[in-house]
Design a protein around this ligand. Structure first.
Ligand code: MN
Length: 393
């Protein structure tokens, strides 16, 4: 018999699916949250027979369980831990630990891709194109490579995972991977994925209008309340407002804050670290401590929401030699204009500010950070120009 304890996300469940492909009815799979795993490992040592081969994938154990596993292994027990998180690298010191963050070709790994290689190398599973494709989608999703590659299939696989139950997902995937030559989504899945995407789009559109900006601990943060779709929201809002260093997503009910950034110059695991949290450079989170509550909730509550830049303008466009017009909540007008090939200035209510910029983007970033200004529509720009012409006559 085999037992597999794995994470309850797509990568973790990918491991369960591979184990079931390899061992069929001889494997007992349990999916756990990060916090729930240690109890399951204790259960294993209390209840299971010595003969059962224990796999742990996509998760790490506490010190006590690390010791228990080592004892079990020394006494002849069969156990294998497979993970790809940096924080688990020390398990490589044990015979039963196999942790790889990046493979020899420089490709980021996932637990599913590592388990797949392992099972093939041990002669426990046959390689197939359908499984190759499935494993690669899971890997790209888990490592965020899908974003860089704009791999919509990887993102849709994860969306499907959360739309149906784990049991249903397992069943559907197992059948497909056993019998088909290639991985695919069936018609029903395509339909619900399309519906889900439209729903997310509407949700994000609404959330865009609820964003405020604030300077918090040296960074410019966009702050928004949301309980779902944190990754999509962080990505969309980050792209819409690139002058913000990161997006803070507040979940009041869950007393949590998620941080997302699209920028390489910001590490949001450090931002979360200020409040006792952690995570990755591009995605992190923390509990809503009293300090965080004051900075992100109390202090930002009175702020006016950010205004989106006008879309589809023909005349008032960014980086134009005629200048580009913005407005803020106090009804001030700002014109960003070049004064020569390499210098840009800002006129505030038609008076030049005492500052020059080396690019349009730099001037706009400054303006948006200091004034929360937005690009106005063409008609307002035209009125502004007519006014200028009248004055000069
Ligand atoms: Mn993983």
């Amino acid at each position: 018999m085999y037992k597999l304890l794995s994470h309850n996300d797509l990568d973790g469940v990918g491991c369960g699916i591979l184990a079931k492909l390899a061992f069929g009815k001889d494997v007992h799979v349990r999916y756990n949250s990060i916090a729930g795993l240690n109890r399951e490992v204790e259960n294993f040592f209390e209840q299971e027979e010595q003969e059962t081969f224990l796999f742990i994938t996509d998760l790490s154990v506490n010190e006590e369980n690390e010791k228990r596993i080592e004892e079990f292994h020394r006494a002849g027990g069969k156990v294998q831990l497979i993970d790809h998180h940096k924080t688990s690298l020390a398990y490589n010191n044990y015979d039963w630990g196999h942790v790889v963050v990046e493979d020899t070709a420089g490709k980021l790994t996932s637990a599913t891709s590592l388990l797949y290689e392992y099972l093939i190398a041990q002669g426990l599973l046959h390689q197939s194109e359908a499984v190759d494709e499935f494993v690669e989608l899971v890997r790209q999703y888990d490592t965020w490579e899908w974003e860089k590659n704009n791999n919509q299939h990887a993102q849709r696989l994860n969306a499907l995972f959360y739309l149906i139950s784990i049991e249903e997902f397992e069943e559907k995937m197992l059948e497909r991977l056993r019998t088909d030559d290639h991985f695919y989504f069936d018609e029903f899945e395509k339909r619900i994925l399309d519906m889900e995407e439209e729903k997310i789009e509407r949700y994000i559109r609404r959330k865009r209008r609820e964003l405020v900006q604030a300077q918090i601990k040296g960074h410019f943060a966009g702050v928004v309340y949301a309980e779902s779709y944190h990754s999509e929201l962080g990505n969309e809002l980050g792209k819409e407002y690139p002058h913000l260093d990161y997006i803070a997503i507040l979940n009041i009910g869950g007393k949590r804050i998620g941080f997302r950034t699209i920028h390489d110059h910001v590490d949001v695991s450090e931002v979360a670290g200020h409040f006792g949290g952690g995570g990755h450079a591009k995605a992190s989170g923390c509990s809503m401590t009293e300090k965080a509550y004051k900075l992100f909730v109390t202090d930002t509550f009175p702020l006016e929401t950010l205004h989106e830049d006008a879309k589809n303008n023909r005349y008032n466009v960014k980086d134009s030699s005629f200048g580009t017009l913005y407005r803020n909540h106090s009804d001030d007008r700002f014109l960003i204009r070049p004064i020569n090939q390499s210098e840009w200035v800002i006129d505030k209510n038609k008076r030049k500010l005492d500052k020059t910029f080396t690019s349009f983007a730099e001037a706009e970033k400054f303006l948006k950070r200091t004034e929360a200004a937005w690009l106005v529509r063409d008609d307002q720009f035209v009125n502004y120009l007519i006014d200028e012409v009248k004055k000069s006559k």
